[in-house]
Design a protein around this ligand. Sequence first.
Ligand SMILES: CC(C)(COP(=O)(O)OP(=O)(O)OC[C@H]1O[C@@H](n2cnc3c(N)ncnc32)[C@H](O)[C@@H]1OP(=O)(O)O)[C@@H](O)C(=O)NCCC(=O)NCCS
Length: 143
Amino acid sequence: MIIAQETSFDEAELSALYGSVGWEVWTRDTTRVRRALANSHTVLTARDDNGRLLGLGRTVSDDEFVCYVQELLVTADAQGQGIGRRLLDRLKDRYAHCRYFILSTDHPSTPDGAANHAFYRRLGLIEHHEQGLSAFGRPIPGP
Ligand SMILES: CC(C)(COP(=O)(O)OP(=O)(O)OC[C@H]1O[C@@H](n2cnc3c(N)ncnc32)[C@H](O)[C@@H]1OP(=O)(O)O)[C@@H](O)C(=O)NCCC(=O)NCCS
């Protein structure tokens, strides 16, 4: 498997990857997703030896104080093989100098949230409230 930084993206590949994890908000407009990736600070991809896109992680950052991990996903049939760990470890190293390395995910009371919390904790991340912080945001529009 190859982990690499990429800067241009194929919409059909993105659609297959995001669709495999059921992220319909993203697959609805893959042109916009492609632009979002191109505008990101870093996009890391994981590909198999045949070049198939297996996973992706992207950041928004000032490269000094803050790094926000906006997406981290591994295609459904390749999960549980260490790909998410490799992507997140690379991003943690890349932004080790930033005071804030943060992300949002679903609440642990949801099925996705329960799995994601276990993953992020395994990778050494902790929740805001455990370090005297809270996160705020404008209410997110419905699906
Ligand atoms: C969350 C996600 C990125 C994890 O990637 P992955 O490649 O499946 O995870 P890995 O195989 O690298 O697992 C890394 C570690 O986390 C642990 N882990 C992963 N999922 C877990 C779960 N549901 N419960 C408990 N532990 C879990 C693994 O056991 C592994 O531990 P180890 O390395 O010490 O053996 C992937 O499952 C995914 O894309 N899910 C759907 C999209 C999503 O929800 N992304 C996150 C949105 S913020």
